[in-house]
Design a protein around this ligand. Structure first.
Ligand SMILES: Cc1cc2nc3c(=O)[nH]c(=O)nc-3n(C[C@H](O)[C@H](O)[C@H](O)COP(=O)(O)OP(=O)(O)OC[C@H]3O[C@@H](n4cnc5c(N)ncnc54)[C@H](O)[C@@H]3O)c2cc1C
Length: 396
């Protein structure tokens, strides 16, 4: 069940064993918490940071490592849900998220296999092809890049597996997700953030701003404000968010190094199936959740035998992969919000806390700017991302 990205990853910090005081407490050490912690550290804020498990051992170290624009919905559907201007702003923010992560790779010198080769959305039916074509036209009209690719431009492997049409989004990218987050965590610690792994917050008292208490098995942490970056688990600490974010499982596998077949991250079946070949030639493949949508709801990481079997069958549609061993299988938990957008900023009923969560399967498109947004609110009182994704919007 260990993700390929976390093979051999050692602990970065000890658990908390005594009471602690800080100006800001960051809870959760995935991409979002890492972004908030680094941003606070650079501003010289006295920060404690905890994770129930270890850095990047949640969804941030269990995903496919795609850096995609937009939400999990194709653009035509995103417009239907959020309106033309809303969809455009969300899309633009995710593009900015990618640019800022790429700048951080450069700034920190992170060895995380970052590449910007674009992504490819494949059609599996005539209807999906029409959907992709319409989305591509709308994306171009709104100032984004999208190129249609007929069967001849898809390459031998994809054509041989039966695909006939795709749309390439040249601005997308990919990276080794756990290496990125762990590198950021090390940078934050080097700047003075006090990180504690294996330190679950069991209760968060955030009803008085300036006097927040987080109880953990090893001690109580007092802070002026808590930044809750626990994604799928946010409702467990913040009653005002209960029922607004659902834990949804995703299945993944990785192979041994294979001959070069795919030159960028690929999405098929309306985004349900996805795979890419990393810089070592390994194929990371995931999805097929639509085979059992109800069975894949819940916070436990568990392999789904039917879905994993279908993923293997799909891999074997590519002749060159039939003899390549599968070396890793794992699952991870995503936080799905009711409208597919993150929740960022002030929390109903908890004036001592801010949240950034509910990334709905596309956290590497949003969580970096959203973590920074929380730090911006602490430092400057506001942020654009919190204005776009107010966490209070589901309050009755
Ligand atoms: C299989 C799979 C594939 C995916 N593929 C992609 C992809 O290719 N591209 C993309 O953009 N997104 C993808 N995602 C989604 C993406 O991984 C997430 O949206 C993103 O990682 C969320 O980051 P986060 O920091 O908010 O949450 P997480 O990484 O889940 O971090 C939350 C952390 O909070 C900690 N925590 C929870 N409760 C507590 C508590 N009470 N006390 C202390 N700590 C606590 C957890 O231990 C965890 O480490 C995928 C997800 C999965 C599962």
């Amino acid at each position: 069940m260990t993700p390929y990205w976390l093979d051999g990853a050692s602990a970065l910090a000890p658990p908390l064993t005594a009471d602690e005081t800080a100006d800001v407490l960051v809870i959760g050490a995935g991409l979002c918490g890492a972004s908030a912690a680094l941003s606070l550290a650079r501003a010289g804020v006295d920060t404690a940071w905890v994770d129930a498990g270890a850095v990047a051992h949640g969804a941030s170290g269990r995903n496919a490592g795609f850096l995609l624009q937009g939400t999990a919905e194709r653009y035509v559907r995103a417009i239907a849900i959020h309106g033309r201007e809303g969809a455009r702003r969300v899309h633009a923010l995710s593009r900015e998220n990618h640019v800022r992560m790429a700048e951080e790779v450069e700034r920190l010198g992170l060895a995380c296999g970052y590449q910007r080769r674009g992504s490819l959305q494949l059609a599996g039916s005539v209807e999906e092809e029409a959907d992709l074509l319409e989305s591509a036209t709308l994306l171009r009209e709104d100032g984004f890049l999208a190129d249609e690719r007929g069967v001849d431009a898809l390459g031998e492997a994809l054509a041989g597996a039966g695909f006939r049409f795709g749309v390439h989004l040249p601005e997308d990218g990919e990276l080794q997700p756990a290496a990125f987050v762990r590198g950021v965590a090390e940078a934050a610690v080097a700047l003075g953030v006090r990180l504690y792994e294996r330190t679950p917050v069991t209760t968060l008292h955030a009803d008085s701003p300036g006097d927040v208490r987080a109880e953990t098995p090893g001690g109580t942490i007092r802070a002026q404000i808590a930044l809750v970056c626990t994604n799928a688990a946010a409702g467990a600490l913040l009653g005002g968010l209960a029922g607004t974010i659902d834990p949804v499982r995703g299945q993944m596998l990785a192979t041994a190094p294979a001959p070069p077949l795919f030159d960028c991250p690929i999405y098929a079946d309306h985004g349900f199936d996805y795979w890419r070949q990393d810089e070592h030639g390994r194929i990371a493949l995931g999805g097929w959740r639509n085979l059992d949508p109800e069975g894949e709801v819940g916070p436990q990481e568990a392999l789904h035998p039917l879905i994993q079997a279908r993923m293997t069958e799909f891999l074997h549609r590519f002749e060159a992969l039939r003899s390549v061993p599968i070396t890793h299988r794992w699952s991870g938990t995503m936080g799905f919000s009711r409208d597919g957008l993150p929740l960022v900023g002030a929390v109903p009923g908890a004036p001592g806390a801010l949240v950034a969560a509910g990334f709905t399967g596309h956290g590497f498109g949003f969580a970096w700017v959203c973590g920074h947004a929380l730090a911006d609110i602490v430092l400057h009182g506001r942020s654009d991302a919190a204005d776009l994704f107010p966490a209070r919007r589901f309050r009755a």
